[in-house]
Design a protein around this ligand. Structure first.
Ligand SMILES: Cc1cc2nc3c(=O)[nH]c(=O)nc-3n(C[C@H](O)[C@H](O)[C@H](O)COP(=O)(O)OP(=O)(O)OC[C@H]3O[C@@H](n4cnc5c(N)ncnc54)[C@H](O)[C@@H]3O)c2cc1C
Length: 310
């Protein structure tokens, strides 16, 4: 029978949520974890993970997440399928409502709902997903060593991604919609000093081409209206992320929409509510950092419960 009165309720089944569950379960808290629409989180959307420690030969993303799930289950986590659609965090026990209308109450809550990368909205982005299209240079750049790639975006993040890729790829095109970059002067200076970065100003991507994998992009030159082709093997989106916080409007976020944590570990603005993983991390957004913050959130929740007589 479903435990509808959890001491620790975890929302999200990515590396942050599963790691929080592993720690909370080992503390004897019998945590409840809600999967969300994407069981296993973002890593199930990719192929091989080569940078998660402990796997010298790499591990397929969905296998890694299944391992984490099995570990959390074995230690005593209760998994629920469903999505949180709303929450009331005004008093304890906190209450969350799932998409089937059921309600779960919890003395402490860990929000680990991740952040979704923004895409341009081109059908080709779906067509070549996992075949040259990526929203994470740190994750996938390694697969494009010695090749030509493009980064879409003109802000600091795009500049960072382009500079990271410049250390691996033969050539990096930066596709910027405007005639100037939004990136800070220091990042613009670094781009200017990188010999293999070329900025294509005033261009919009209209499509991708290739036989089963990305081999090129078609760009529209906004000044002339003409079409241009570039040959690339990798197409990296760097136009921002949307943290998944819709169901938790009472949580304070920063100007980009990431849940604010701090003061005491993964604590949010509400006592007893913690956040972990990409949903509160505008900077790193990696599986290992998400897992680490899931650990922190579970330890924080445990201390909170002890301090409150549970
Ligand atoms: C294609 C791709 C490749 C990547 N490759 C790598 C890599 O090689 N190495 C690396 O370290 N990182 C990689 N990353 C990044 C990595 O996947 C993320 O940093 C990591 O998954 C973040 O973990 P998380 O637990 O915070 O969130 P996520 O993995 O995003 O999981 C979020 C979870 O929250 C759930 N959820 C969301 N909203 C709700 C809701 N309302 N109710 C209930 N549940 C909800 C979702 O169903 C999901 O289970 C990659 C990402 C992508 C997209």
């Amino acid at each position: 029978m479903t435990n509808t009165n959890a001491q620790i309720l975890i929302v999200g089944s990515g590396p942050a949520g599963y790691t929080a569950a592993i720690y909370a379960a080992r503390a004897g808290r019998r945590p409840v974890l809600i999967d969300g629409l994407l069981q296993g989180g973002q890593l199930t959307q990719t192929t091989e993970i080569e940078n998660f420690p402990g796997f010298p030969n790499g591990r397929m993303g969905f296998e890694l997440m299944q391992d984490m799930r099995d570990q959390a289950l074995r230690l005593g986590t209760e998994m629920l399928s469903g999505e949180v659609v709303s929450s009331d965090l005004s008093s304890r026990p906190f209450r969350v409502t799932l998409d089937d209308g059921s309600e779960i109450r919890a003395e402490s809550l860990i929000v680990a709902t991740g952040a979704s990368a923004k895409y341009l909205g081109l059908a080709d982005e779906q067509k070549y997903a996992g075949a040259g299209v990526s929203a994470c240079a740190t994750c996938d750049g390694f697969f494009f060593r010695g090749k030509d790639v493009a980064v879409v975006g003109g802000g600091d993040t795009a500049a960072e991604e382009a500079l990271y890729l410049a250390g691996l790829a033969r050539k990096v095109y930066m596709i910027a919609r405007r005639d100037v970059l939004r990136a800070s002067q220091v990042m613009r200076d670094r781009l200017a000093a990188a010999p293999n970065v070329e900025i294509l100003y005033g261009r919009e991507t209209v499509g991708l081409v290739g036989d089963g994998k990305v081999e090129g992009a078609v760009l529209r030159n906004k000044a002339t209206g003409g079409m241009e082709n570039i040959s690339i093997s990798g197409f990296f989106l760097a136009i921002g992320h949307t943290p998944n916080t819709l169901a938790f409007p009472q949580l304070e976020t920063d100007e980009q929409g990431y849940i604010r944590v701090g003061g005491r570990g993964q604590q949010t603005n509400i006592d007893g509510v913690f956040a972990a993983g990409d949903v509160c991390d505008p900077t790193y957004r990696q599986a290992v950092t998400a897992a680490a913050s899931g650990c922190r959130a579970a330890l924080d929740a445990e201390r909170f419960l002890l301090a409150n007589g549970f």
